[in-house]
Write a protein that binds this ligand. Structure first.
Ligand code: SF4
Ligand code: SF4
Length: 427
């Protein structure tokens, strides 16, 4: 490995480690230092984001979401009648009522032993998954804002690398996360969300929803946003991802935040859960189609404040507590969309790019990165760990070798100056 030409005092100090959550700062100064062209980008992208949100509201007004149960759903009705009123399949309703999926569709529910209370509970749960389209527009708007910030705005035009600590102000990112949690989470409820986007495709394929094509389109929408820029949908828009990121960013327990779990382990567990969920869903194991492994682990229930079991609430509390010390534990270890989008992000258009001619392998970016992604990029790995487009690595490089953008003539090539430093645990 070639020696770094930098003296140790020019190598980014400890504040650039991801373990130390950076306090929001310098938003006004950063904005004032943007060039006229960048300000046009800022205003233009915010205007488009607002227009997208407005378009979502208009579309929702045209296609109002059903948020109330159709009147008169009683156990005197058959499975088929209730399912039709709720616009789901008979199998979907049977699963909610804990009946066999092949329960007779023409028998009244009371004859199948379903009490009214269970029906009311199932209806409430089914309706909690029903939402308007406005959230899709908001997700797209947040991803757009994240993309323009990471690609065009984070670094003021003409700003020298010595000013790098003023680049990519955390307060901008945190502002987007707060919007995601408050609006896409608590105000608009749990559905839709990227995780559900994956699960519902497979539920539709086993007959729990009547419209597999619509579910596939929703899944494709989320995957598309992940492919535009590395997991931008997770990093900037998913409300539960945003909540974990915000908790991790709180300046508490700093000394304990430095631990990274090797990606092989976290992704292996996440992939195993995904395969197991498919095996159970399609009845390959267990002999009963339609078992949803993620149901009991779904942290998005928080946004509806409805937990069917104590286990669900417990799993959420554990995840939130872990988020104080571990970066996005649900995303890294469990989320099926985290896994699916990891496959897609390997081919994303925009991502962190490294200029191997400039890189000195000082390791500042790997120390700043909360995942293994920066180390993988530095090493030129073909398949990299999750990158949540969090921008932490983009203002630490002392030789300005990192950008977030499309591949250039040299960018994206592996660094060839020897093995990269191993990520250090918050040191
Ligand atoms: S990986 Fe995290 S951020 Fe992405 S969909 Fe899942 S919970 Fe949301
Ligand atoms: S490589 Fe990705 S995840 Fe790591 S610090 Fe950079 S932007 Fe964040």
């Amino acid at each position: 490995m070639r020696e770094s030409p930098l003296s140790p005092d020019r190598i980014p100090p400890a504040e650039t480690t991801f373990a130390e959550a950076r306090i929001p700062s310098g938003l006004a100064g950063w904005f004032a230092s943007l060039s006229a062209g960048q300000r046009r980008w800022a205003i233009g992208s915010l205007a488009v984001a607002v227009l997208l949100a407005g378009a979502g509201l208009i579309v929702d007004a045209w296609l109002p979401a059903r948020t109330q149960a159709p009147i008169g759903l009683t156990v005197a009705l058959t499975v088929g009648q209730v399912a039709s009123a709720l616009e789901i399949t008979g199998k979907g309703l049977a699963r909610e009522l804990e009946l066999p999926l092949d329960a007779p569709k023409n028998k009244p529910l009371q004859e199948l032993g379903v009490p009214q209370e269970s029906l009311d509970h199932a209806v409430e749960h089914i309706l909690s998954h029903t939402s308007g389209l406005v959230k899709y527009f908001l997700f797209a708007a947040l991803v757009l804002v994240g993309l323009v910030f990471t690609v065009r705005l984070g670094r003021p035009d003409g700003s020298p690398a010595t000013d790098r600590r003023t680049w990519y102000p955390r307060s901008f990112f945190i502002g987007a996360l707060v919007v995601s949690v408050v609006v896409c989470g608590f105000l608009l409820g749990k559905s839709p969300n990227p995780m559900e986007g994956v699960v519902k495709v497979f539920k539709a394929l086993v007959g729990l929803y009547p419209d597999p094509l619509v579910k596939a389109l929703a899944f494709a929408f989320f995957l598309g946003l992940a492919a535009v820029g590395n997991k931008l949908i997770c990093g900037w828009a998913c409300p539960f991802g945003a909540l974990q990121e915000l908790i991790f960013t709180l300046p508490v327990l700093r000394a304990r935040k430095g631990k990274r779990v090797p990606f092989l382990i976290s992704n292996g567990l996440r992939g195993l859960l995904f395969v197991l969920s498919l095996v159970l869903m399609f009845g390959v194991v267990g002999g009963q189609k339609g078992f949803v492994l993620y149901h009991g682990l779904n942290p998005f229930n928080l946004f509806d404040r409805v937990f069917e079991t104590a286990f669900m609430l417990g799993a959420l509390i554990v995840t939130l507590l872990l988020s104080f010390v571990l970066y996005r534990p649900f995303c890294q270890f469990v989320c099926p969309f985290g896994f699916a989008s990891w496959l897609v992000e390997q081919f994303s258009w925009f991502r962190v790019r490294i200029d191997p001619a400039a890189c000195t392998n000082c390791g500042a970016c790997t120390r700043a990165c909360p995942t293994q992604a920066a180390a993988d990029t530095l090493a030129g790995e073909g398949w990299r760990a999750d990158c949540f487009s969090c921008t932490r690595c983009l203002n630490v490089c002392p030789v300005d070798a990192l950008r977030y953008g499309l591949a250039g003539p040299t960018a994206g090539e592996p660094a060839t100056r020897g093995a990269p430093p191993q990520p250090q645990d918050g040191s």
